[in-house]
Design a binder for this molecule. Structure first.
Ligand code: ATP
Ligand code: MG
Length: 403
């Protein structure tokens, strides 16, 4: 089904209202971007303390599947987007019967399911030449027993509901694989060959209702324990051949499913004995992405601005990055000392450093691994940005910024 958009929701004296499914930090930064352009906002999230709900004009505190909540959202909004990729497709479809919803339920459904996602990437690989890691679908005992030995050691990933490395088990051999699948109660999974990663990166694009596409440059990402820790956003962060191929692949991944909105695609650079390694595609997020947070401080248009533009049918300006940037994720661990006791990070020391931009999401309760905020460092040149980022990391007790 091709999405049909009734017309641009231009900012005017009577504000239109833009809605978002999900009230986390991505929703909060979306709300800020929309409000800056004069829109009213509505957030649907059951949590009364949700970071986005607390800063929005409307906060509908129901589950994603609550019919009355969805009706209320539809009645106050002129268009709806999502910040959470596990919103049930049925809820997005219900909203789409009365107002423009982007990305569509069909696109979000593909990103929700690793089996469909990999099939989509494989179809796009015929055009882009960028394929996925070798994998097998495991939904039945027969499929488990038929797994080729060359996929091991591998990573067993649940088809649904995985994030920040959750729903993943590393397995060395067939016995471990069988035990891991049983532990996951035999839910649909994919087994991916464990690849020798040299680097990880991502590309964020925005695609409009009219099919126009703009793109941010590729980011290099460093993960620790399956969670994004550092994003390097500057030229020379990756060999140029990878940058161009990843960008083209991301655009074709968006175009192939007539995607509308902001899309992030994650890639691996795999060691294959060649000088630069080879590029493979990992997964996609149907929304702005943690690796694109630097765009708020280092680009003239951010990923959240483009989310607003895309859903409202406004033109999509090609973003221009005006400063090299490094983003440090601030997980709950930063608020805890070595003994797990709570502490207040030395923000004064961090903010005294040049070019630091602190973003805190207003979450109550720091827990290890919980995304509480991020710090972006911008500056005139890459070396200077790296030096300040390292100083900030030292103050906050974070690992080194260069892997
Ligand atoms: P996200 O928070 O990005 O949604 P996720 O839980 O959905 O994460 P992935 O992105 O698939 O999961 O994997 C998390 C991390 O695990 C990757 O960033 C990478 O560091 C590592 N990883 C995943 N798959 C592989 C693989 N096939 N080979 C080697 N490392 C891998
Ligand atoms: Mg990932």
């Amino acid at each position: 089904m091709n999405p049909v958009f009734p017309g641009a929701l231009l900012p005017k004296s009577q504000p239109a209202t833009l809605g978002v499914m999900g009230g986390g930090q991505l929703g909060r930064m979306f709300v800020h971007a929309a409000q800056r352009m004069g829109y009213n906002t509505a957030v649907l999230d059951a949590d009364p303390q949700s970071p986005a709900g607390r800063v929005s004009h409307h906060h509908i505190q129901t589950d994603y599947t609550d019919e009355a909540g969805l009706q209320q959202l539809a009645s106050v909004c002129d268009a709806v987007t999502t910040e959470f990729e596990n919103v049930p497709a049925a809820s997005l479809n219900a909203l789409a019967s009365t107002l423009p919803v982007s990305p569509s339920a069909a696109c979000v459904a593909i990103a929700q399911n690793r089996i469909e996602e990999k099939a989509h990437f494989t179809a796009c690989a015929a055009v882009s030449g960028v394929s996925v890691a070798p994998y097998a679908v495991i939904q039945t005992l027969a499929q488990l027993q038929a797994v080729p030995a060359n996929l091991l050691p591998g990573i067993l990933k649940t088809a649904r509901m995985g994030y920040d490395g959750k729903g993943q088990v590393r397995v060395k051999n067939a016995a471990e694989l069988a035990a891991a699948w049983a532990d996951l109660r035999g839910v649909p999974c994919v087994l991916e060959k464990r690849m020798p990663l040299r680097a990880e990166c991502s590309v964020i694009v925005a695609r409009g209702w009219d099919g126009s596409v703009v793109s941010f440059a590729l980011q290099r990402n460093v993960h620790v324990d399956g969670i994004l820790a550092v994003t390097h956003a500057y030229q020379s962060n990756m060999p140029v051949a990878h940058v161009n191929r990843a960008q083209a692949a991301t655009e074709s991944i968006a175009k192939h499913i007539n995607y509308v909105g902001v899309l992030c695609v994650e890639f691996f650079i795999v060691d294959d004995g060649s000088k630069h390694g080879s590029l493979i595609v990992n997964e996609m997020a149907p929304r702005p992405h943690n690796s694109g947070h630097y765009t708020m401080d280092a680009c003239d248009v951010s990923q959240f601005d483009l989310q607003v533009h895309a859903m409202a049918g406004l033109p999509l300006p090609q973003p221009r990055q005006h400063s090299p940037a490094i983003m440090l994720n601030l997980l709950g661990d930063v608020w805890l000392d070595a003994h797990g006791k709570s502490r207040t990070p030395d923000w004064a020391a961090v903010l005294a450093l040049p070019g630091t931009h602190l973003h805190l999401y207003g979450k109550q309760g720091a827990r290890p691994g919980r995304k509480m905020g991020h710090l972006t460092i911008t500056g005139a040149d890459v070396e200077g940005v790296k030096a300040v980022a390292q100083q900030a990391a030292d103050v906050l007790g974070l690992p080194g910024v260069d892997d």
